[in-house]
Ligand binder design. Structure first.
Ligand SMILES: C[S@@+](CC[C@H](N)C(=O)[O-])C[C@H]1O[C@@H](n2cnc3c(N)ncnc32)[C@H](O)[C@@H]1O
Length: 215
C-alpha cells in the first residue's frame, strides 16, 4: 500500500496523464511479473518497521535496490538529514523515468541499472561507502548467480556499523544474506500483501577490514 506521506510530496509534481503509484506499479507487474515480483507496493507499517533501526543522524548515503514506484522513498527522505543522499537503483527503465518525474527532492538520485553494480554506482556518485542499503528485490526469482553477487557486493559497500535491510515474502532470502552478514535481526510484518519477512544484516567492525570495497 503506498505511503500516505507520499501524497503531499508527489501532488505538487503530478501532471495529467501521469499514473498514480498504484496504477504504475500494477501496469509494470503485468509487463514484467517476474522482475517486479509483487502485485502491490509495500504497506506503511512495513516501511516504518523496516526503517526503525536506522541511525539517521549518522547516515550520509542511503541506497535502495528495486524502489519500484518509490513507496519507501518519501519516508527515507523525510528521515534523512539535509546533507544526506538517497540513491535508488532499478533495472526497470519505466520505474526510473517515473521516479525522476515524481520525486523532485535534490537529495534524490534514481539510477537505471542493476544492484549488482552498486559499488561502481556509489563510487560514481562520489562516495566511498553506503551507510545503509535497503532491498525490495525479488531475490528468489533473480537470474542464477545474481542474488549471491548482489549480497556480496552489498556487504563490501556498507560501512562498519551499517546494515543491509531486506524485506521479502519468502524466508528463503535469508540464505542470500547469511553468507555475508553474521549478525542478522529478523521480524515479520503481517500487515502487508502478502505478509513479509524483514531482515537487518549488520556489518560488524571486523568484517570491514576483511572485505574492503574494490577499486
Ligand atoms: C517487489 S518490486 C519493488 C517494490 C517496492 N520497493 C515497494 O516497496 O513497493 C521489485 C523491484 O526490483 C526491481 N529489480 C529487479 N531486479 C533488479 C536488479 N537486479 N537490480 C535493481 N532492481 C531490480 C524491479 O524492477 C522492481 O522494481
Amino acid at each position: 500500500m503506498p505511503s500516505t506521506t507520499t501524497t503531499a510530496r508527489r501532488a505538487r509534481t503530478r501532471t495529467p496523464g501521469v499514473p498514480t503509484p498504484w496504477q504504475m506499479f500494477f501496469q509494470q507487474f503485468l509487463k514484467h511479473p517476474v522482475m517486479v515480483g509483487s502485485i502491490v507496493p509495500s504497506s506503511d507499517r512495513l516501511i516504518r518497521k523496516m526503517l526503525g533501526p536506522v541511525d539517521w543522524a549518522n547516515t550520509k548515503l542511503f541506497v535502495e535496490y528495486g524502489p519500484g514506484v518509490g513507496t519507501f522513498c518519501p519516508a527515507i527522505l523525510d528521515r534523512m538529514t539535509p546533507d544526506a543522499q538517497l540513491i535508488v537503483i532499478d533495472t526497470n527503465a519505466d520505474f526510473i523515468r517515473y521516479l525522476r518525474h515524481t520525486i523532485t527532492d535534490p537529495r534524490f538520485v534514481a539510477v537505471h541499472g542493476s544492484a549488482a553494480d552498486v559499488e561502481r554506482i556509489v563510487r560514481d556518485h562520489g562516495h566511498d561507502h553506503a551507510d545503509y542499503v535497503l532491498s525490495g528485490l525479488p531475490f528468489s526469482t533473480l537470474p542464477p548467480g545474481v542474488g549471491p553477487a548482489i549480497a556480496a557486493a552489498t556487504q563490501r559497500v556498507i560501512r562498519p556499523g551499517g546494515a543491509f535491510l531486506v524485506y521479502q515474502y519468502s524466508p528463503r532470502v535469508r540464505l542470500f544474506i547469511a553468507p555475508h552478514f553474521t549478525d542478522i535481526d529478523h521480524e515479520m510484518e503481517w500487515w502487508n500483501v502478502p505478509p513479509a519477512q524483514l531482515y537487518w544484516g549488520w556489518k560488524t567492525k571486523g568484517a570491514a577490514a576483511a572485505t574492503p570495497m574494490q577499486g
